[in-house]
Design a binder for this molecule. Structure first.
Ligand SMILES: [Zn+2]
Ligand SMILES: [Zn+2]
Length: 361
C-alpha cells in the first residue's frame, strides 16, 4: 500500500542556480487535505507556479500519462524521455497529485501562493544555499498562518546567524508578529510532525565533508519519516558522504537503526544524494556521494538486514550538472544499476528525481 507522495520541487545539486534540492511530501490518498511538509527548500514558489501552469496548459486528455514526457537535458540530446530516468515499476505523476489544485477562479500566481501557504513545516537538512535559497527568497510571501523551519541545532543556528541576520536578509524573526518560527530538533529523538499528525520524524546527523577554512567537520541530516498508521517509512537524505570517506559510523548508525527497528518491507523508499559519477576522484567529492559510494552504503544496508535489497526503491537526487558528453543523471543511473548488480545486493529499483514530478511510494 502506498503511503507517501513525494513531489520534486528541485533536484539539482548545482552549479547552475535554480531548481536545487527541495521535496514536498504528504500522505498518499489525502487529496484535498492541507497536510504538506517540505524537506529542504532550494526551490519553492517558482516551481509551484511552473507545475500549475504546465497542468493548466495541457489538454484534459494529456494530463494522465507522463512516461513519454520530454525532460530537458542539454547534453548529448536537448531532451530525454522521462522513462530514461525512471524505472517503469514506479508510479510517477506529472506535477502535483492534486485535482483540487487545478486552477479554476484563481490565476496561476494566486493559486501557487495558496498552495505555498499550505506548507507549514520545512525540515532542513543543512544550511547550504542550494538547500535554503527559496526559503529565504520566498519568505516575504509567508502569510499569517506562518511556517516553522526545523532542523538540527547546527542548521537552525546557522540560518539565524548567517541568513536571517538583518544583513544578508531581513531578520524577520525580530518582528513582533513574525510568521516564521524556528524549531530545533534533537539528534536521534523522534519528533512528532505537526502538519501531518500521523508522521513521526527521526533526524540522524551525517557527515558532509569539512569546511574550507580550518577543515572543521560539516554536518547534514538524514530524516526517517514514519507513518504511524501503516508503519511504512521513507528515508530522505540531504547532502552526505560515505562512512568510507568520513571514517565515522554516521551512515552505519542509520542502517543499523533501520535493520533493528523497521522491517525491510516497510521501507517504501530511500531518497539519496549522488552528486557525481564514479570516475570523480575522492578529493573532488567535497562531502558528497558518487555512484560507487552509494552502492557501498547500500551494501552495508543489505548486510545490516542480512538479505538482498530486492524491490527497494532508491531515488537519486542532487546530481551536479557538470560539463560532459552524456547527461550525468543518466551516467549515474547506469553506474548504479551495474555496480549494484555486480555487488549482488538484490534487484534495487533505481530512479532519478526529476523536478516537477510526483513519486507515489
Ligand atoms: Zn551541502
Ligand atoms: Zn547541496
Amino acid at each position: 500500500m502506498s503511503t507517501f507522495e513525494f513531489t520534486v520541487l528541485g533536484a539539482s545539486g548545482g552549479p547552475s542556480e535554480g531548481g536545487t534540492q527541495s521535496m514536498l511530501l504528504r500522505e498518499h490518498g489525502t487529496l484535498g487535505s492541507e497536510k504538506w511538509i517540505c524537506v529542504d527548500a532550494g526551490s519553492g514558489l517558482h516551481q509551484l507556479m511552473s507545475m500549475l501552469a504546465k497542468k493548466q496548459r495541457l489538454a484534459a486528455n494529456e494530463r494522465d500519462s507522463c512516461m513519454g514526457d520530454r525532460i530537458e537535458s542539454l547534453y548529448r540530446n536537448m531532451e530525454e524521455p522521462l522513462s530514461a530516468f525512471i524505472d517503469r515499476r514506479l508510479h510517477v505523476l506529472r506535477g502535483l497529485n492534486s485535482s483540487e489544485l487545478l486552477v479554476s477562479e484563481d490565476n496561476i500566481i494566486c493559486a501557487a501562493l495558496k498552495m505555498f501557504n499550505k506548507i507549514r513545516e520545512y525540515y532542513i537538512t543543512h544550511p547550504h544555499l542550494d538547500h535554503v535559497a527559496a526559503l529565504v527568497i520566498n519568505s516575504p510571501a509567508v502569510k499569517a498562518e506562518g511556517k516553522t523551519i526545523l532542523g538540527l541545532k547546527s542548521t537552525v543556528d546557522a540560518l539565524k546567524e548567517h541568513l536571517f541576520n538583518d544583513v544578508i536578509w531581513p531578520d524577520l524573526l525580530a518582528e513582533k508578529s513574525t510568521p516564521l518560527d524556528f524549531n530545533v530538533l534533537r539528534e536521534l529523538k523522534v519528533h512528532k510532525c505537526v502538519s501531518v499528525p500521523n508522521w513521526s520524524i527521526l533526524p540522524f546527523p551525517v557527515s558532509h565533508g569539512q569546511t574550507v577554512v580550518g577543515r572543521v567537520p560539516n554536518f547534514s541530516t538524514v530524516y526517517l519519516i514514519k507513518d504511524q498508521r501503516t508503519d511504512n517509512c521513507l528515508l530522505v537524505c540531504g547532502d552526505l558522504e560515505s562512512d568510507l570517506i568520513s571514517g565515522k559510523p554516521y551512515l552505519s548508525n542509520v542502517w543499523n537503526y533501520l535493520s533493528e527497528n523497521i522491517p525491510f518491507n516497510r521501507i517504501t523508499g530511500i531518497v539519496m544524494e549522488c552528486s557525481s559519477p564514479s570516475s570523480t576522484e575522492k578529493a573532488h567529492l567535497y562531502g558528497h556521494m558518487s555512484s560507487r559510494y552509494v552502492v557501498h552504503e547500500l551494501k552495508q544496508l543489505s548486510k545490516a538486514y542480512d538479505r538482498p535489497l530486492d524491490g527497494l526503491k532508491v531515488i537519486i537526487i542532487h546530481v551536479k550538472m557538470e560539463p560532459q558528453e552524456i547527461d550525468p543523471r543518466l551516467t549515474i543511473l547506469e553506474e548504479l544499476r551495474s555496480l549494484a548488480s555486480m555487488a549482488g545486493i538484490g534487484d534495487i529499483i533505481f530512479s532519478i528525481a526529476i523536478q516537477g514530478y510526483t513519486f507515489i511510494l
